[in-house]
Design a protein around this ligand. Structure first.
Ligand code: AHR
Length: 703
């Protein structure tokens, strides 16, 4: 039985699906007149730092808490190593900026790297050091070279002389002799320390100044991939060692320094996405007014990136900075869709339109200049200095995110001020508004000062609701704004979605695709999830259930929803072909508490969904059919005005035995699309679509 709403003890009806009609469902495609154009940018990606999307996700850095700012109380993800007779301890230095003890001053590298980790080795006699557990483990692969780097300096332990007005110290700190100069061992090893997968040394020079050391660590061929590993920096000499910006990178996609994980980028590349909406989502805004995505401090060397508070309960490193987002777009041939911060924070505070908002508008203009300006502009030159002289193509700028939550009503004025500022300098840019649409948030406010060209609508629903509303956009007025479905998902399954969600997604996508003269852009959200559960030392990795792509430190996989996205993106024409359906099977959901209170039984809704598009250059037709029922459906297909057709075509199917079926990190390929050659295509043919399936039939013309 198909899983729909959570069943309550008040359920009155059992689920009923299927078609009692004797006649087959029939789909008639009308190829006699060209339909509406399909937006070339219909399907894109939406991303933000949630569920460890970048840190512990796409961004390939393997060291968690590399600049020691994740937690001001403890050196999270770090532990001390003391072996043999060695005695050592670790401590955060200057983690609380308002209360830095006098003897802990002078340990900042610069204004961004203000906290460091101190390793005190009182007694030698064995190995002493610091270990990092990574983002739920350090991934070890055979025959792989990792780039390690860190700042270190060594001293003796001798407290700085107190100032006359300081209270006399009650504890006398023993002086540990400075034996720090010499070889320092760096290794990737098993968590019990018994297996060393790769190691190397640097030669620490005696200096009171911070110095950066870099080295390569290479694993042997033939080792078994594992995440049961840690990164260790160790010594066998006494002294006080200070560390900062500790980094370890595996090979990255396109070998970019500070780049992305290869496996996840390949999953994305396979989707052939057309654009990337970033940096959020809630991550754009932040909890308080000064927590917005700080694009300016995400630029340049990592030494200048302090990270910031973030919106999802952990501190982003901002290693994935503005330029890294843009290079991600470049690598996958996507256009950036830039969301600019519009002066509203998640705690429902806002900056009033007018002079107070002007700096925010100016900041957005600077950001757009960084993306699009040539090297003779101030921010274009900065981008060139950061390593990317060529400007990026940008067509869409979104002003804010989900401003329907702003109950003050300030967005009308804020939107107008941003719109005017952006249009004055960049008349060709399209500005997207976050309210004014017909989604739940959009209807909370009205835009009266400036008319939006494009409105962002968000839909998070269960499969039933998606299927019930699959024809949502059929009814929209064509004279108003265009629609960007900037966040949407069928939320069933966790951490990644299941087949039932994928059926709901596919039903919803048939509606967006059919109406893509109106829905010009769309992107599923959230895109990523680190699937690790809580451990003794790290919290659960994700904050949001029902995500598209899952991973741990070593492996990644696509959910059934991911494969539906891939199928829809890859098999699409440039013109919509009108399809008339007859005898379409229906389904009725079980009644819930609300129905019984209202004494109303649920109405049947369609259980089959479809859309067709044609590539007018090649003549290829793509018919997408979703069978949400648990029965095979024999469908009669009529191709009116099709011309000469090849009897051979292609069928791509994603299906499962039951709606709850899903992919997981340990069973990543349970639900996969299968492509087969099919025969028997003609102007009238019959095709059986499997239970719980999403299908693309590719029909070829003979010229
Ligand atoms: O996609 C998760 C969150 O949902 C986004 O950050 C926010 O825009 C929406 O409420």
């Amino acid at each position: 039985m198909k899983k729909l709403f959570a069943l309550s003890s008040f359920c009155l009806l059992m689920f009923a699906a299927g078609n009692s009609e004797a006649q087959n469902p029939k789909l008639t495609l009308d190829l006699t007149k060209p339909g509406a154009s399909v937006s070339p940018q219909l399907y894109g990606l939406m991303t933000e730092e949630i569920n460890h999307s970048y840190d512990g996700g796409l961004y390939a850095e393997l060291i968690r808490n590399r600049i020691f700012k994740d937690n001001a109380n403890i050196p999270e993800a770090w532990s001390v190593i003391q072996e043999g007779g060695a005695k050592a301890s670790i401590q955060l230095v200057a983690a609380k900026p308002d209360n830095v003890p006098f003897e802990q001053r002078r340990h900042a590298i610069n204004g961004a790297l203000t906290t460091c980790l101190r390793l005190m080795v009182d007694t030698a006699g064995g190995r002493a050091g610091i270990a990092n557990e990574g983002y739920w483990g350090v991934p070890v692969l055979p025959n792989t070279t990792y780039n390690a780097s860190f700042y270190i300096k060594g001293t003796e332990s001798r407290p700085l002389p107190g100032r006359p007005w300081d209270p006399k110290p009650t504890v006398v700190v023993p002086v540990i002799a400075d034996n720090t100069a010499g070889p320092i061992t760096v290794s990737i090893e098993s968590n019990d320390g018994k297996t060393v997968y790769a190691s190397g040394t640097i030669n620490l020079v005696k200096s009171a100044l911070w110095k950066k050391y870099e080295l390569k660590l290479t694993t042997a061929a033939g080792i078994k991939p594992t995440t049961d590993a840690r990164f260790v920096i160790s010594t066998n000499r006494t002294g006080v060692y200070y560390f900062n910006l500790v980094s370890l990178f595996p090979p990255t996609y396109h070998n970019r320094p500070n780049g992305n994980r290869i496996d996840i980028m390949k999953l994305l590349a396979d989707m052939k996405p057309r654009f990337l909406r970033f940096p959020g989502g809630n991550f754009l805004e932040g909890p308080k007014l000064n927590d917005a995505f700080p694009w300016k401090t995400t630029l340049g060397p990592l030494e200048g990136r302090p990270g910031h508070t973030g919106s999802w309960g952990y501190r982003p490193t901002d290693g994935m900075g503005l330029l890294e987002f843009l290079e991600w777009c470049e690598d996958l041939k996507m256009e950036p869709l830039l969301a600019v911060y519009a002066g509203y924070s998640l705690d429902e505070d806002h900056v009033d339109a007018g002079p107070l908002l002007k700096p925010y508008v100016d900041d957005a203009l600077d950001e757009i200049e960084y993306v699009t300006g040539d090297i003779h502009t101030y921010w274009g030159a900065k981008r060139a200095a950061d390593g990317h002289p060529a400007p990026f193509k940008l067509s869409y700028v979104e002003i804010g995110n989900e401003d329907g939550f702003d109950r003050s009503g300030s967005y009308d004025g804020r939107f107008a001020q941003f719109y005017d500022g952006i249009k004055a300098k960049y008349p060709n840019l399209h500005c997207i508004a976050t309210i004014g649409g017909r989604d739940e948030l959009g209807v909370r406010g009205k835009l009266t000062i400036r008319k939006p060209e494009i409105v962002d609508e968000h839909y998070y629903r269960n499969a039933w609701e998606m299927e019930q509303d699959a024809a949502h956009y059929d009814k929209y007025d064509r004279k108003g704004f265009k629609v960007f479905v900037g966040e949407w998902a069928t939320r069933e399954g966790a951490p990644t979605t299941n087949l039932n969600a994928a059926l709901g997604d596919a039903a919803w996508m048939t509606g967006m695709e059919r109406n893509s003269d109106l829905v010009i852009l769309s992107c599923y959200a959230p895109l990523f999830v680190n699937v690790n559960k809580a451990t003794a030392t790290a919290p659960k990795a994700w904050q949001w259930d029902s995500d598209l792509i899952g991973y741990d430190a070593l492996k990644s996989f696509g959910s059934p929803s991911y494969y539906v996205q891939k199928m829809f993106n890859r098999y699409i024409g440039n013109k919509v072909v009108p399809v008339a359906g007859a005898n379409i099977p229906t389904q009725t959901r079980p009644a819930n508490k609300r129905d019984s209170a209202a004494n109303k039984m649920p109405e049947p809704i369609p259980a089959m969904f479809y859309v067709a598009t044609q590539d007018t250059k090649t003549g290829k037709l793509f018919l997408k059919v979703v069978n949400a029922t648990g029965k095979p459906q024999q469908v009669d297909i009529d191709l009116n005005g099709a011309g000469k057709l090849s009897p051979e075509g292609t069928l791509v199917v994603i299906k499962g035995d039951k709606p709850e079926d899903t992919n997981t990190i340990n069973d990543p390929e349970k639900i996969l699309p299968v492509t087969t050659k099919i025969n028997g295509i003609s102007k009238r043919f019959t095709r059986t679509f499997d239970p719980y399936s999403v299908n693309v039939v590719q029909i070829n013309k003979i010229k």
